[in-house]
Design a protein around this ligand. Structure first.
Ligand SMILES: Nc1nc2c(ncn2[C@@H]2O[C@H](COP(=O)(O)OP(=O)(O)O)[C@@H](O)[C@H]2O)c(=O)[nH]1
Ligand SMILES: [Mg+2]
Length: 368
């Protein structure tokens, strides 16, 4: 099958022409901007226009022989591009998706065709477009000399991603008792995460653990925590007021770790967030950790982080990573509001579906 070329004043129009003729799954082999004035189709003599090379999907063999004999239409860069296409098998649909988001990256993609594959992985992983571009640039993807094998480019770019990830272990602060409160919007998985943490701390690490619930707005919610407390043999106190919190803490001062479950607040409900701050934000040595679900809309996530910031949280816990492939929202959030990550949860099973945040663990979650 011959490689065909399509010209139009925009890339989208050229892609559409190819799609009409070769079908929706056609493969885009190369794209280039041609500046008007030097011949070419008369309609484009004075203006810049775009030219794409495309072929129907499933005809890679034919193209490979084209490039071996030198009779094909691809230049060196296009065949490099084809290499990345072979591994990714991008359909026109996917290319349109990438091109529509890439804007000025097109020039960079032509300089280094491998970059498009890496870019595709970042975008499909949920990393926002400007950040994907930032990571590519930091990884040297668009430098003329950066014609390194794709594997190296992946490595360099992922290394740049890993540089923005900061991790922390809330349960290794000094020698004394650790008191951790999980805060965050309703339904993100706070209570479930507390149960997972408690099971791992008490069963695996042999630490003594206590629970406090200050879920004072939904009275039934304490039952949820109490159920886990019963199963794990962990004491559980309810505390709605400062005196009750003081009492609970004094009763459990011999525990290695106290985990505090809090009411799920609407993150716009600043009044309730402030009530919680009044209760736990004073002289108690309580560290707060913000629980965010990775399936939450990103603007909402950002807003939740800002509003719960009133409680001076010291780490993020990201939940429900099993429910999305776009886990790059974690990186987007870190770039917007930098803060270390302590834990990631990966499902509903207690206690299995949780892991302590590490740079490699998070990279694996994002790109494997
Ligand atoms: N798929 C998935 N579901 C989770 C995860 N963590 C919690 N959940 C579920 O999310 C729902 C709300 O959890 P819950 O702990 O009650 O949230 P809370 O309101 O923040 O305390 C429950 O059905 C949990 O089983 C997770 O990592 N993955
Ligand atoms: Mg709860």
């Amino acid at each position: 099958m011959q490689v065909r070329r399509y010209r139009a004043s925009t890339i989208h129009d050229a892609v559409n022409l190819a799609k009409q003729e070769l079908g929706p799954e056609a493969l885009i082999l190369s794209t280039r901007k041609i500046h008007g004035g030097k011949g070419g189709a008369s309609a484009y003599r004075t203006q810049a226009f775009f030219e794409i090379a495309a072929m129907p999907s499933g005809s890679q063999e034919a193209v490979r022989s084209d490039s071996f004999t030198g009779q094909g239409l691809m230049d060196e860069r296009a065949s490099g591009f084809l290499g990345s296409l072979r591994s990714e098998l991008m359909s026109i649909k996917e290319m349109i998706f990438l091109l529509s988001r890439s804007g000025r990256l097109m020039e960079g993609f032509r300089l280094n065709p491998e970059a498009i594959e890496v870019y595709g992985r970042l975008i499909r992983g949920g990393i926002a477009e400007p950040y994907a571009q930032l990571f590519l640039e930091r990884g040297g993807a668009f430098e003329e000399s950066g014609d390194l094998p794709s594997k190296d480019l992946h490595k360099r770019v992922f290394k740049e991603v890993s540089k923005v990830i900061e991790v922390t272990d809330p349960f290794s602060y000094g020698q004394g008792q650790v008191i951790s409160a999980l805060i965050g919007p309703t339904g993100v998985g706070k209570t479930t995460t507390i149960a997972k943490l408690a099971a791992n701390l008490s069963l695996k690490q042999k630490k003594s653990v206590g629970f406090i619930s200050i879920d004072n707005y939904r009275i039934a919610a304490i039952d949820h925590l109490k159920t886990y407390a019963g199963i794990l043999g962990i004491p559980c106190f309810a505390a709605f007021k400062r005196a009750e919190l003081e009492f609970a803490l004094s009763r459990m001062k011999d525990k290695d770790v106290i985990l505090i479950d809090t009411a799920g607040h609407g993150h716009y409900d600043l009044e309730r967030i402030d009530t919680l701050r009044e209760l736990i934000g004073h002289d108690f040595p309580i560290r707060t950790h913000l629980v965010l679900s990775t399936v939450t809309n990103e603007l909402e996530m950002e807003c939740a982080a800002k509003n719960f910031g009133r409680l001076n949280f010291s780490s993020y816990i990201f939940t429900k990573t099993d429910e999305t492939r776009a886990r790059g929202v974690i990186i987007n959030q870190l770039l917007k509001l930098g803060m270390p990550i302590s834990f990631i949860t990966t499902g509903q099973r207690v206690p299995e579906d949780i892991f302590k945040a590490t740079k490699t663990g998070i990279l694996r979650l994002l790109f494997n």
